[in-house]
Design a protein. Sequence first.
Length: 346
Amino acid sequence: METARLTRYKGLGPALLVVGLGASLVVLCVLSLALGALNVPIDQVVQALFGTPADRTVENVIWSVRVPRTLLGLTAGVALGLSGALMQALTRNPLADPGLLGVTAGASFAIVGSVALLGIGSLLGFIWFALAGALIASVVVYLLAGLGRSGLTPVKLALAGIAVTSLLFSITHAIVLVDPEALNRYRFWSAGSLAGQTGDVVAQILPFVIAGTVLALACAPALNSLALGDDVAASLGRKVGLIRVQGVIAIMLLTGAAVAVIGPVVFIGLVVPHVARVLAQQAGLGPDHRWLLPLSAALAPCLLLTADILGRMLARPAEVQAGILIAFIGGPFFIALVRRRRLAEI
């Protein structure tokens, strides 16, 4: 009887965690629909969504502006949080970020190149260029990291990613210095924002995010083995190379789709997986990637929507881009994380 009681209480932690995250997402979605340059009472938000609104202006604001913006925050947040957790697991580096694989740099280069060379001006026009750039950069990083006798290793993957990222960002900055139109597009996109997007944009990136999510979650059991080391994972029957290929494809799809639309919102992929690990530990789940990946996918939209809502309220009727606020949060967190690791190594 005592054993059954302990088992019941042990299961209470994950249940409370799931309910808490679900409730947080619902509250943030409602606030995202209600707050902004025009504050809308909650009852009018509900009427606009499920009934007959008394004010057509409110209905237009909710459905044309804030519903797509909120859905984009959810979709991009899931993509960035999941890719961050996957990146740290694949490289076994707690300081890793999805940009480490060159995905962000590849998307940036493709967007600037499409504007400067082809005159692409609409988001729906260059989103495919951004995804192609992210794909090509990821493949180049993976091929470079696989050269040599030792094959693909986490350290070589990180070094190849840094090298390709530095090269692509240098070329991108060179292009924007000589092309005013590319500079204007790059300047707005690089700040990182959910503003100005439509439901069509969400529909464009959703298939990529779904495909990347399926691939990432399918990697979860193998990531638990990979955390013990490549040799141990191989001895347990895991195909280490195949796992990394699958993971890199998932990261490319997730990060490429999100970055192409909202810009390079930094630190979400770094901060969120660490918060997920703390919550999983508190809930008694341990370092199990079958929980860490979904938790990261749920926490990241919370952070992104919170930053977006605060950005709207801080500078009304204008707004502060979500990427700027997240950088204010992520910067100190990154410094504290590095200091903690250094102290642990002394």
